[in-house]
Design a binder for this molecule. Structure first.
Ligand code: AMP
Ligand code: MN
Ligand code: MN
Ligand code: MN
Length: 288
């Protein structure tokens, strides 16, 4: 079996490796096929693909789109998207503009809580066009407001705490249609991470499927092994395929490492099952 990882981040959004550094790291971890799925931006795909081709590693164009569904933030991963598709590009540009407006409001709220200079500080950590809570979190740690990234999200940037701003992201149906319009497949990201009860989770799967979603992450760096089984059952119940991804953001983050994902549980259909480029790409792998 080849090692596949269909969820990861670079400096194009909130990861700490550049796209080519990330590909080199993944190769070193024995990954045969990977997708780069930066938040709301396609800007790293060309560089990552070139780096992957250089060492014969399989590469899949990806993106992780921020979506609002029933007043909750949900993430939808697009795989095999076309980065040249204008509808997808326009949708993501609008989300990034919204991120900037939100960042200004977050900084104003942090100001009120006595944390000055956070907009400039966070922008200093954002290397490209995406400004996210992660960049604010790095600033807050550097300024001594929290001891590490994990503890930032106990004191700041989450509902009820300084720096949290409710935000309206793209509609789920729009995000799915941009992905599909560009030739990609829409994958519900880390369904185990949304802190919603079972009935709401079922409603999410049903709505996602009805809107044209085709897969959900079953094995994820954000899931416990127990949840692999839960979501293997759920994808089958809703007629979805199964995906697998670490959600790696770089060594400084307490995320799952690359190259260590469990195989998909038996009985679910891999999202990559009839991708014509697989397993040829995996066979060609020569990086590690
Ligand atoms: P945003 O899309 O700007 O709301 O930022 C969300 C990003 O912040 C996620 O993609 C994670 O990388 C990071 N993040 C959010 N919550 C946590 C958490 N509790 N622990 C670690 N990272 C988090
Ligand atoms: Mn992130
Ligand atoms: Mn996510
Ligand atoms: Mn992610």
């Amino acid at each position: 079996m080849f090692k596949i990882d269909l969820h990861s981040h670079s400096t194009i959004s909130d990861g700490t490796y550049t796209p080519s550094e990330l590909v080199a790291y993944a190769a070193g971890q024995g990954v045969d096929v990977m997708a780069l799925t930066d938040h709301d931006d396609l800007g790293g795909l060309d560089e990552a693909r070139a780096a992957a081709e250089q060492c014969g590693m399989g590469f899949v164009n990806g993106v992780e789109i921020s979506v609002s569904w029933n007043n909750r933030t949900i993430h939808v991963v697009g795989l095999r998207v076309d980065p040249a598709h204008s509808g997808l590009q326009a949708g993501l540009a609008a989300i990034r503009a919204g991120r900037m407006t939100r960042a200004e409001a977050m900084a104003a709220d942090l100001d009120k809580a006595g944390v000055a200079g956070s907009l400039a500080g966070a922008l200093g950590y954002a290397r490209e066009r995406v400004i996210s809570r992660t960049h604010f979190a790095r600033f807050l740690v550097a300024q001594g407001h929290a001891k590490d990234l994990k503890s930032v999200y106990r004191k700041y940037l989450v509902k009820g705490k300084p720096g949290f701003v409710a935000h309206r992201w793209a509609d789920m149906a729009d995000a799915i249609s941009w992905i599909r319009g560009s030739g990609g497949v829409a994958v519900l990201a880390h369904p185990g991470r949304y802190d919603i009860g079972r009935p709401t989770l079922h409603k999410l799967f049903a709505d996602f499927k009805a809107a044209g979603g085709e897969a959900a992450e079953v094995v994820s760096g954000s899931h416990t092994p127990d949840q692999y089984a839960t979501f293997a059952d759920m994808v089958n119940e809703y007629g979805l395929r199964a995906s697998a991804g670490s959600d790696y953001h770089g060594p400084a983050h307490n995320y799952f490492d690359m190259g260590r994902l469990s195989p998909l549980p038996a009985g679910c259909v891999p999202v990559w099952r009839d991708w014509p480029e697989l397993p040829r790409l995996a066979d060609e792998h020569a990086c590690a």
